[in-house]
Design a protein around this ligand. Sequence first.
Ligand SMILES: *[C@@H]1O[C@H](CO)[C@@H](O)[C@H](O)[C@H]1NC(C)=O
Ligand SMILES: *[C@@H]1O[C@H](CO)[C@@H](O)[C@H](O)[C@H]1NC(C)=O
Ligand SMILES: *[C@@H]1O[C@H](CO)[C@@H](O)[C@H](O)[C@H]1NC(C)=O
Ligand SMILES: *[C@@H]1O[C@H](CO)[C@@H](O)[C@H](O)[C@H]1NC(C)=O
Ligand SMILES: *[C@@H]1O[C@H](CO)[C@@H](O)[C@H](O)[C@H]1NC(C)=O
Ligand SMILES: *[C@@H]1O[C@H](CO)[C@@H](O)[C@H](O)[C@H]1NC(C)=O
Ligand SMILES: *[C@@H]1O[C@H](CO)[C@@H](O)[C@H](O)[C@H]1NC(C)=O
Ligand SMILES: *[C@@H]1O[C@H](CO)[C@@H](O)[C@H](O)[C@H]1NC(C)=O
Ligand SMILES: *[C@@H]1O[C@H](CO)[C@@H](O)[C@H](O)[C@H]1NC(C)=O
Ligand SMILES: *[C@@H]1O[C@H](CO)[C@@H](O)[C@H](O)[C@H]1NC(C)=O
Ligand SMILES: *[C@@H]1O[C@H](CO)[C@@H](O)[C@H](O)[C@H]1NC(C)=O
Ligand SMILES: *[C@@H]1O[C@H](CO)[C@@H](O)[C@H](O)[C@H]1NC(C)=O
Length: 577
Amino acid sequence: MANMNTTFVLLLNLLYLLLITESISLDAVPSNSIAVNANVRCIEIERVALQKFRKGLKDPFNRLSSWVGQDCCNWEGIGCSNQTSNVVKLDLGSSNLCGSEGGSQYTPDQPICLSGKLDPSLHNLKYLTYLNLSNINFQGVSFPYFLGSLKKLTYLDLSFTMFSGVVSSSLGNLTNLSYLNLIPSQFSDKTLSVSNLYWLTNLSSLQYLNLQNIDLSKAETHWLQVVNMLPSLSELYLSNCGLRHLPHTLPFVNFTSLSALDLSNNGFNSSSIPPWLFNLTTLNNLRINYCDLKGPIPNIARASLCNLKILDMAFNIFISGPITEFIQALSGCGNHRLEQLNLGSNQLSGVLPHSLGNFTHLRELHLTNNSFSGPIPSSIQHLSRLEILDLSYNLMNGTIPEFIGQLIELSTLDLFSNSWEGTMTETHFLNLKKLTWFSLSSTRKSLVLNVTHDWTPPFSLQNVQIKDCQLGPAFPAWLKTQKNLLDISLVNSSISANIPNWLWNLSSLLWHLDLSHNQLRGDLPKSLSFAWVDLSYNNLTGSLPLWPSVQYLLLRKNLLSGPLPVNIFQRIKIWSP
Ligand SMILES: *[C@@H]1O[C@H](CO)[C@@H](O)[C@H](O)[C@H]1NC(C)=O
Ligand SMILES: *[C@@H]1O[C@H](CO)[C@@H](O)[C@H](O)[C@H]1NC(C)=O
Ligand SMILES: *[C@@H]1O[C@H](CO)[C@@H](O)[C@H](O)[C@H]1NC(C)=O
Ligand SMILES: *[C@@H]1O[C@H](CO)[C@@H](O)[C@H](O)[C@H]1NC(C)=O
Ligand SMILES: *[C@@H]1O[C@H](CO)[C@@H](O)[C@H](O)[C@H]1NC(C)=O
Ligand SMILES: *[C@@H]1O[C@H](CO)[C@@H](O)[C@H](O)[C@H]1NC(C)=O
Ligand SMILES: *[C@@H]1O[C@H](CO)[C@@H](O)[C@H](O)[C@H]1NC(C)=O
Ligand SMILES: *[C@@H]1O[C@H](CO)[C@@H](O)[C@H](O)[C@H]1NC(C)=O
Ligand SMILES: *[C@@H]1O[C@H](CO)[C@@H](O)[C@H](O)[C@H]1NC(C)=O
Ligand SMILES: *[C@@H]1O[C@H](CO)[C@@H](O)[C@H](O)[C@H]1NC(C)=O
Ligand SMILES: *[C@@H]1O[C@H](CO)[C@@H](O)[C@H](O)[C@H]1NC(C)=O
Ligand SMILES: *[C@@H]1O[C@H](CO)[C@@H](O)[C@H](O)[C@H]1NC(C)=O
């Protein structure tokens, strides 16, 4: 019995194998060609289409040198179906636009540079599922209608190409598209626009949609309604699309898988921030910077936006009010994934909430140019991954806490223009090995930066900007260790000493030096390699220098003497003795 059973199963398996083999051999018959060389898989009509397409292109670096012979399936960038031999993939995307003559007009990535026209014979590639022409320079011809006939496309990448006119509504025929990227090249001098976006409703499989920098103003009244009907949409990029209308309410939020939403650089006419924007629980990236949004941040439910990693609301100018409830609600999630929070350049006010310290994954915290007040909350010490802390241009007060020196990942610490008081010492910088940007000033003019004369900082700065603080009276000797400085600005910092000679040769990268409003003494050096120098309001003596590299020179209110160097007006753009 056992043997019989086994034999029966074997027979069944054999039958199954025969059936599979049968179906493979049936499928393997090329659909459009009859007698072909056994080694040539390519279908003739498709090869001819590709050859015509190639004729339309300039290919100065022979990127398509493999496009010879009969078997187009072996040509570079072509993928054929293993079953039918049809061309299913055309991938000629590259990472850089090609100049119009195939030359170096822009910044061509030379070995892959292609330009020319897009021959409509491509419409014969009826089985194409993947088309990538990213960065090919199509020289501003009108957007091709025939693309709408490639009905099997699932990927269409025309990013950074140059087309003009109106995006063809024929794309509405591509009902299987899951990826559509039409962002034009930044070098394109012609605009690309749409007459409407209703055709998008057809693309129900769309997951990725990028229409950045395309003029969508004609879709003003319906763009949101239309994208809200795309059930699989996961990434939506509509930055700089000339949109003005962002509806305040969205009766039914259909975006159930949206993870990235970029609406930046659209001057919306809304009188307040639409609350539904913060109801998209699946978002991990929300960019609504430069959107002309106004008014307070709406109340959101606790633990909303729990997947958020990036929130950019900067430069709306008129977003106002406190952030305490918003941050508390955001931080109510068990997992605090937020990595970048940018609320800069608005009119936000009130104290910084302690709950900010819950975002232990935070790498960037930009709060510059608002009206925040009160002290730096102690919970900030928990943000051990923080790389950028920018509190500049606010109304904050109190002392700078010493725990700042424990934020070991900090590369930018911007504390400019607040009402700080107290003293900063070496402890405030103890472990800041990665710091490259340090900026500090106090409108109260009472902050002291007091370090020992032989302090060797753990960091190597590129930019140091200190103003209206007490840094002197001695010249800060620790600067001598900073060999990578590009920019030094120590203004009104109570330094009354000779400028040390090492300063003039500190760093070959140094181009900007501002030591104005101190009481610096001594003579100026004979030569200097910086481009921009402000030494005004000091006690410098000796004769006027002639520094050929200097383009901007401010020396007023010093004790200089002697004749003017010849030609000084030809050599220096701004000059103020
Ligand atoms: C076709 O077959 C080749 C070789 O066996 C294989 O590498 C390739 O992945 C297959 N392509 C598809 C689309 O299945
Ligand atoms: C198209 O090609 C470019 C350059 O190789 C690549 O960066 C991009 O991801 C490709 N697009 C798609 C959808 O695969
Ligand atoms: C899109 O589909 C419609 C209806 O099937 C058809 O009339 C039209 O020609 C198609 N457009 C293109 C570009 O193939
Ligand atoms: C779209 O994809 C589905 C599933 O893969 C397929 O059955 C259908 O034929 C495709 N539609 C077109 C127009 O190719
Ligand atoms: C939607 O797709 C269907 C089927 O391909 C087509 O007939 C129709 O014209 C398309 N509608 C739009 C608005 O593109
Ligand atoms: C939500 O999406 C579904 C499926 O795409 C669509 O039928 C429905 O009209 C959409 N609802 C709204 C309010 O847009
Ligand atoms: C904003 O602009 C849209 C379209 O132009 C208009 O319909 C809407 O009424 C405007 N809203 C406000 C608040 O002005
Ligand atoms: C946000 O979502 C909740 C739950 O789905 C819903 O009750 C509420 O009305 C939504 N709020 C807005 C402004 O869409
Ligand atoms: C968030 O921070 C607040 C204040 O620091 C604290 O009371 C609260 O427990 C924290 N929430 C979570 C979920 O960690
Ligand atoms: C900071 O400013 C607030 C008013 O904005 C004031 O109540 C508080 O006393 C000030 N704190 C310090 C330390 O100056
Ligand atoms: C700087 O610190 C030293 C040592 O702690 C102290 O003696 C000195 O008074 C401080 N200077 C200022 C201006 O606070
Ligand atoms: C700088 O000059 C002013 C007068 O021009 C003088 O009162 C002051 O004492 C000088 N300071 C130093 C440090 O030499």
